[in-house]
Design a protein around this ligand. Structure first.
Ligand code: C2E
Ligand code: CA
Ligand code: CA
Ligand code: CA
Length: 279
């Protein structure tokens, strides 16, 4: 143990050491993962309930670590944010997702869109708008085919500043979505001022809509709110037919979740695109 004060001893157990070591190792490896080409994107289909068709995809990063195997973003996105590595990684995600989506469009699926998650660090980067404009120009992806998923906390750190950035993004023509909606601290009053297009209902509400009256009420209210504000609304984490029925009944526009498909590699996503109506 290390002495931190007269009577305060902090003990390091072997387990803590191992954790710290793993963290250090992951951080070191994360620095090289881009150069080594270890990242890839999986795509999860978004199904439009009116047409029963796949109309979009969410790009989700995966890390194929040479020793650890597939590392989930839950294990490294936080670390990437703390170390600033999220900037080059996020830039890679954006370019790879836009390139892929444009390829699908040229392959005959002209209306398919792609959603990309933006981290706080990326959002606050000075050249965010121009770097996205560059990627759109280089890849040929129409701006309206790109959706950015932003969290409430990301927008609430500095509301006035955020509104300025959002306006710049809107001017480009990309679509803006509030991810994990309902879990953050945004005031409803700001919904009016944020130039957003989509509300994405968080999985934690969707999970229990058929068993918890509060979650059911919250979900129905978010759908109603979105309709009145003329925003599209999508539910994430849809796993059962009962959840789907409920969402359909209340007029949810789109769903995403294991019920239809988990996130899949690009070639698998293409097979899904070849199907006509899926729901
Ligand atoms: P998120 O943006 O909320 O993404 C949805 C997560 O829910 C994904 O986890 C997805 O695989 C999972 N999911 C989808 N459908 C279902 C379902 O029906 N049931 C359940 N239980 N889970 C479902 P994933 O891919 O592990 O990503 C976790 C988080 O990591 C994401 O949450 C996002 O916050 C972050 N992330 C992933 N890729 C990126 C990225 O490229 N950039 C940034 N900044 N963050 C990313
Ligand atoms: Ca998301
Ligand atoms: Ca989400
Ligand atoms: Ca979530």
């Amino acid at each position: 143990g290390k002495q931190t004060g007269r009577n305060n001893f902090q003990f390091y157990t072997p387990a803590m050491n191992e954790q710290a070591l793993e963290r250090l190792r992951i951080e070191g490896d994360l620095r090289n993962a881009l150069d080594h080409g270890e990242f890839l994107l999986h795509y999860q289909p978004k199904v439009d309930l009116a047409s029963g068709r796949v109309i979009g995809s969410e790009a989700l990063i995966r890390w194929q670590h040479p020793q650890l195997g597939m590392v989930s973003p839950a294990r490294f996105i936080g670390l990437a944010e703390e170390t600033g590595l999220i900037l080059p990684i996020g830039a890679w995600v954006l370019r790879a997702a836009c390139t892929q989506c444009r390829q699908w469009q040229l392959g005959g699926y002209a209306d398919i869109s792609v959603s990309v998650n933006l981290s706080v660090g990326q959002f606050l980067q000075k050249d965010l708008v121009s770097s996205i404009a560059d990627v759109l120009e280089d890849t040929g992806l129409p701006p309206e085919s790109l959706e950015l998923e932003l969290t409430e906390s990301l927008m609430m750190t500095d509301v006035e500043h955020a509104i300025g950035i959002l306006a710049g993004l809107k001017k480009l023509g990309v679509r803006l979505s509030i991810d994990d909606f309902g879990t953050g601290y945004s005031s409803l009053a700001y919904l009016k001022r944020f130039p957003i297009d989509v509300l994405k209902i968080d999985r934690s509400f969707v999970r229990d809509i058929t068993i918890d009256a509060d979650d059911a009420a919250i979900t129905a209210s978010i759908i109603s709110l979105a309709r009145h504000l003329k925003l599209r609304v999508i539910a994430e984490g849809v796993e059962t037919d009962e959840q789907l029925d409920y969402l359909r009944h209340y007029g949810c526009d789109e769903i995403q979740g294991y019920l239809f498909s988990p996130p899949v590699p690009a070639d698998k996503f293409e097979q899904i695109l070849r199907q006509d109506r899926v729901m």
